[in-house]
Design a protein around this ligand. Sequence first.
Ligand code: PLP
Length: 226
Amino acid sequence: MLGDTNAVMMTPAHQFPTGVILDGDRRRQLMRWDGLIIEDDYDAEHRYGRAPVPALRSMLAERVCYAGSVSKLLAPALRVGWLLVPTKYRDRAIAAKRIADLGNAALPQLVLAELMTSGELERQLRFLRRRHVRRRDAMVKAVREYLPGATVHGVAAGLHLMITFDAGFSDVDLAAATLKQGVKVQPLSWHCQNPYPPGLVLGYAANTPSDIAAGIETISRAVRRL
Ligand SMILES: Cc1ncc(COP(=O)(O)O)c(C=O)c1O
């Protein structure tokens, strides 16, 4: 699988946009490989109704650079994240970071440390999970009702769903048509290198259940006109 590759970057807990989790076979293949793994543990905490997927870093500490951020837990504008680096890469990673951005503001990091130690961050996560589940369920229900021909993917984690259509229309045209009606979605083909059925990437985290239902109804009207 990895041939002469020296390093891979991956999102084992949740791939964007499919929502796929790196399965046991692939994990075992990686354990046998001796290159550097950059693990973007993206969306790992936003999971619903299933046990957390252990980070690769927890099993391969000396071969995995582990990255995460508070973008989806607090706010992307904070620009606060972390990178756990194997000892042998540590000095080079610090030097590269310094050259890349001359460092981050200390105050947001101190505030984050306080939120972590006080338990407030955990509380925020519990609050978000409950809200996201309601919004995700509203979206799944609306897709079943208004878009019965669509297949839903990636419900177990994340802040979005992927839907695919067993049809011949262009998802770029569909996304353009829904945008004209005030509903912004991403066509799945933006994320594909190989031919794939038409589909959409639908975020649910930032909208109320009733707005989500209205948005999906708008998409269904656009589908009927294609
Ligand atoms: C794959 C992936 N990793 C990480 C992030 C978070 O990026 P950042 O922490 O720079 O906001 C995103 C944002 O959507 C993402 O899609």
